[in-house]
Design a protein. Structure first.
Length: 494
């Protein structure tokens, strides 16, 4: 054994107890049977452990992709469990194929399509939506509303129908999770699940719903496209699932790579995530990605290489084969508590502090949060991405120039940011702050001409050829008739 083998095996043992109950819980977010999460967990751990490059990334079912999958199957008209399972298999496999195509085409920078403010706002709004949607499982009710605000209103209106034993079970599990998270090396989720399993007979006697049978069986992959389902819609939703998975996964992988001075291979990560999702889709599992919480738990457990993920996959397999009957006795309120606890880490307002402090990208953050709550998980994400692209095009269409001045012997800096930088007489040094594209070339030349005219006017003013004093006048504050007329003093202030 190498010196990293034992820490990796111990890390795998530690995180397996966290990942298994979370996988079962995330399958409920996707609207799929519990076995979908278990299959996805094993597929993600095994495939990424064999093909991935990050030493810390843990690829498993994630709450965000599960929520997007649920919205996609709902939008495609799935009304029964069998239809949701069939559509989910197509969508997850489709997302995996898109991953692999992007990897082969070396499109590793595709995650940049989702701006960071959009991703943070989307994550916050998604956490709110997921937490609210888990509340019916906490109180054992079956609301008819799907929208965020409509669901809140229905839950509050029908509070008298809440099942109090289920609510007590869920709140007690949630409290236990928050207490145990203070001990980083203690698998809090596993301890809560074990305690709830032992309490399951008494809870079931009081009407608390249990997870129920989990059917794991090996079978040949078979796809069945429900009627009235368009191929273009399947491709669009598969791409949306792939996009959010890669944005979330690449963010986690890059964060821990920078922390440990490890190189990132984005195209290889695309291929590894693609294979993992294809395998999960063929086995009728949920989408899989490198979630931040699971990856963080793996690092905290002392992992040193990808062997930790493979060890966790072996432990999960043993747990499923030996203790499947016990897993079936997990109370649903306990699983809902695990989901709420997991997404609550994204409900931090401090993540938005800089956007409002610097007054940049505030619109994108708010649009992403409100888009998820008003339009839904999938449409909210696509709407926020569309808005970010529109704002980007607007910014590119209005080119900005910086006037550079000399500071020291060789450095030229922006005079607006560094007032001490002095401009060189009779020399104008400008820097373009936006990429030069075909649609902003003419506006750019207009700005450059105005800057040159203004510089000539200031030079004429200094030499006494111009009556107007331009020392404190901005280039935009002038209306240029012509340079010759202006030099003769015919410059008119706007």
């Amino acid at each position: 054994m190498t010196r990293t083998t034992i820490p990796d095996i111990l890390a795998g043992l530690s995180i397996a107890g966290l990942l298994l109950p979370e996988a079962v819980a995330y399958s409920s977010i996707a609207g799929l049977p519990p076995q979908a999460g278990v299959v996805a967990l094993f597929a993600g751990l095994a495939c990424y452990g064999a093909l991935g490059r990050s030493r810390y990334a843990i690829v498993t079912a994630t709450s965000s992709s599960a929520a997007v999958l649920a919205s996609a199957t709902l939008a495609l008209g799935a009304s029964s469990v069998s239809e949701r399972v069939a559509l989910a298999a197509l969508l997850v496999t489709g997302a995996g194929i898109i991953f692999m195509l992007c990897g082969m085409l070396r499109l590793g920078a595709i995650s940049q399509l989702i701006a960071r403010p959009v991703l943070r706002g989307y994550t916050f709004g998604l956490a709110l939506v997921i937490a609210i949607r888990q509340w019916p499982h906490l109180v054992n009710v079956h609301p008819g509303s799907q929208g965020f605000f409509a669901l809140i209103f229905e839950l509050l209106r029908d509070y008298h129908s809440w099942h109090l034993p289920s609510l007590a079970c869920g709140l007690l599990a949630l409290a236990g999770l928050y207490v145990l998270e203070r001990f980083r090396r203690v698998p809090g989720a596993l301890l809560v699940i074990v305690a709830s399993i032992f309490a399951a007979p008494r809870l079931a006697a009081h009407g608390v719903v249990l997870t129920g049978p989990i059917h794991l069986s090996l079978a040949m992959p078979a796809f069945a496209v429900p009627p009235n389902t368009l191929l273009l819609q399947l491709i669009e939703f598969s791409f949306a699932i792939m996009l959010i998975l890669y944005a979330e996964s690449y963010g986690s992988i890059r964060t821990f790579a920078l922390r440990h001075d490890q190189a990132v291979q984005p195209n290889r990560e695309l291929l590894a995530l693609g294979v993992a999702n294809v395998v999960s889709g063929l086995a009728r599992g949920t989408p899989v990605g490198a979630g931040y919480s699971a990856t963080s738990a793996n690092e905290a457990a002392g992992a040193k290489s990808r062997l930790a993920g493979l060890s966790a996959a072996a432990v999960v397999l043993v747990l499923v084969l030996a203790f499947l009957g016990w897993i079936e006795r997990i109370p649903e309120p306990a699983l809902a508590a695990i989901v709420i606890h997991a997404v609550s880490k994204s409900l931090r307002l401090s993540a938005f502090r800089n956007y409002f402090l610097w007054r940049t990208d505030r619109l994108l953050v708010l649009a992403a949060v409100l888009g998820v709550m008003i339009l839904g998980v999938l449409d909210g994400l696509l709407g926020a991405i569309a808005l970010s692209v529109v704002l980007l095009l607007r910014s590119l269409a209005q080119p900005r120039l910086s006037l550079l001045g000399r500071l020291g012997a060789h450095d030229y800096l922006d005079t607006a940011l560094f007032p001490a930088a002095a401009t060189v007489p009779d020399i104008l040094v400008l820097r373009l702050e936006e990429p030069l594209l075909f649609f902003n070339a003419d506006p750019l030349m207009t700005v450059v001409r105005d800057r040159v005219r203004f510089a000539r006017l200031k030079a004429a003013s200094r030499k006494g050829l111009l009556r107007a004093n331009l020392k404190h006048v901005s280039p935009r504050a002038l209306d240029y008739a012509s340079v010759d007329d202006a030099v003769r003093g015919e410059c008119v202030s706007r």
